[in-house]
Design a protein around this ligand. Sequence first.
Ligand SMILES: NC(=O)c1ccc[n+]([C@@H]2O[C@H](COP(=O)([O-])OP(=O)(O)OC[C@H]3O[C@@H](n4cnc5c(N)ncnc54)[C@H](O)[C@@H]3O)[C@@H](O)[C@H]2O)c1
Ligand SMILES: [Zn+2]
Length: 406
Amino acid sequence: MTKGPAMSSTGKKVGARAETAVFWQRFAVPFEYPVHFTERVFDPDNPVLAETVSRLEPDRCHRCLVLVDDGLLAARPGLCDEIAAYAQAHGGTIDLVTAPIPVPGGEQIKSELYFIERMQGTLFDHHIDRHSYVIAVGGGAVLDAVGLIAATTHRGIRHIRIPTTVLAQNDSGVGVKNGVNLRGVKNFVGTFAPPFAVLNDIDFLRTLDPRDKIAGMAEAVKVALIRDGAFFVWLERHADALAIFERPAMAHMIRRCAELHMHQIAHGGDPFEMGSARPLDYGHWAAHKLETLTRHHLRHGEAVAIGMALDTRYSVLAGHLAAGTEDRICFLLEHLGFRLWHPALGNKTTEGRSAVLAGLQDFREHLGGELTITLLSKIGVGVEVHEMDEALVLEAMHWLEDRETE
Ligand SMILES: NC(=O)c1ccc[n+]([C@@H]2O[C@H](COP(=O)([O-])OP(=O)(O)OC[C@H]3O[C@@H](n4cnc5c(N)ncnc54)[C@H](O)[C@@H]3O)[C@@H](O)[C@H]2O)c1
Ligand SMILES: [Zn+2]
């Protein structure tokens, strides 16, 4: 701590002249959390969850409240019983305060603060304290909402994430952000709050809708494009296997993608995004707008694929990326099953402007001032720009539309 000017014992400043003082408060808090890759996480013979819960106080029994995505439950009705049986088998470690509680799956849970309040009421009813665990099992939307309640109830409760979609396992679930939407703006209410642990179990993907399996791969293409050219080539080589969701290919894709995300958070220099850059948000400015414009009929990953195709073509038009590269990238995305055009790209505001372009303004506000957009300079290497030429964005949109109708 740096000391300011001398103070008298009464706390008044000494001397005739009015002086100001500043005391710099400065400390650093190290964060760490494990991201496990396991299988059949609720098989009583699998020790990972029990060991995770007992990591800090191995001799205690820990109060745990489990919230489960109801879309997942519809596909796997016996899951709550499996979780209860697991807790019973590890009774010395896990005290399930109540049977696992279903919560709305998908964007619905992020669309109204009512769900946040309701879940916080549940935590209150079950006397969840700062040494208890809130365990979320579900897709990225459920993890985002539960992450927010865990971060804000009692100013922070230990939170274990068990992601059950491709996107949540390779991207959202392993990171430090949570959030819900307000007035149509994605993630308007949220915090940066690292989880206590993440347990990735690829078995959950068995029941996932093919559409969601495809959608989650967008984040892998994204991180490959801006961080790891070799991974992009791997994705190209394994596109056939990924397109039919072959398990070994999916497992590698998820792990590598999660690893690249974790590396960015730990070593990118700005884990809580204090600066205006959003280094991993390639293709996301348009994606967030498209999600809202389509009232979430487009999945996040589907919108990201379109947003990346748009920004890739824009990167070429703006002279950052060699012509032809956009075809290679669009070809991979299409091979994986994405469509790269949606009619909402043609939506207009009441003033007759492109509605998607209005997303640039939302993005700027979310960042807090300076617009920072990641474009591509080559496969594996992003480049940040602070301005977008609207005419070129429109040209890139037309290019996508022409591809669709060809
Ligand atoms: N926090 C972050 O850093 C971050 C990053 C990227 C995306 N996100 C957010 O993640 C959300 C998207 O997450 P998502 O792609 O996982 O989709 P999702 O959570 O919307 O889930 C998609 C659907 O699958 C169901 N489901 C979940 N797991 C299932 C399973 N194993 N079997 C059958 N059905 C299952 C859900 O009920 C839902 O209906 C968006 O809200 C997005 O903003 C957050
Ligand atoms: Zn994303």
